[in-house]
Design a protein around this ligand. Sequence first.
Ligand SMILES: Nc1ncnc2c1ncn2[C@@H]1O[C@H](COP(=O)(O)OP(=O)(O)OP(=O)(O)O)[C@@H](O)[C@H]1O
Ligand SMILES: [Mg+2]
Length: 239
Amino acid sequence: MIVTVASNRREVGKSTLAVNAVAIRALAGRSVCLIDIDPRKSSYEWSLKRQRSHIQPNIPACAIAGKYLKDTFHKVSSRYNDILIDTDWRDSMGSRTALEVADIAIVPIALGVESLTCLKQMTKRLKAARANNPGLWSIVVLVRAKGAPPAAEFEAIRRHVGNETAMALAETVIREDQSLQIAFDEGLAVFEDKQANPESIVEMYDLYARKEEKHHVALAFPTSKAPPKKRELRLVASA
Ligand SMILES: Nc1ncnc2c1ncn2[C@@H]1O[C@H](COP(=O)(O)OP(=O)(O)OP(=O)(O)O)[C@@H](O)[C@H]1O
Ligand SMILES: [Mg+2]
């Protein structure tokens, strides 16, 4: 499974979602690789911290310029069960390639001003990627929530997602919480940090790992390359 985390906003939580996803897959016993194509290299740094502190499981990672992604990807893709690609915010050659090789795009959208505008802009990028990668499935994840998402904003996003092909809205909303930053800074996933806010741990776990619940997207992490049927993944938030 190739998962790319992409968003057109800075500091929205792309790297945070990427490292938590790769960690949960590694803890599930999958062989994983983290590829960071953001020049800021924050998720690569996260993996180095992990290595230096001998945190297990070790997560192989590399930082490369986006223009080399295609070559690197072809070299490593058959060696791992899961590859997580962390991108920068721009519509760069690298982030385009990252969407074109992915099975799933995780699209964090920060709640608040301009969330819908942001999602619409990302939708254009995702559609462009789907022209070359028709199997791409996108999961929109609302992040940095300070309380329950405002109903009107949530409804507008839900409606937009509902009208798009191969796009789903994750039921789990990730709250604004310092625990995520503290864990990240120590090379940990939030659920590996014993001091972390349990609510944030549950959210991350719900987002990525819990599969048994009805209607839960669990980021699908499907085993086949074919995108799941829209109906199975359409998530309807409780009113
Ligand atoms: N839900 C959250 N609550 C609180 N802090 C968060 C949350 N998500 C991310 N952060 C913090 O916000 C900062 C930016 O997060 P992150 O690096 O994951 O975003 P990004 O979109 O990858 O940023 P960049 O555009 O720099 O690559 C980091 O300090 C991170 O720890
Ligand atoms: Mg980042």
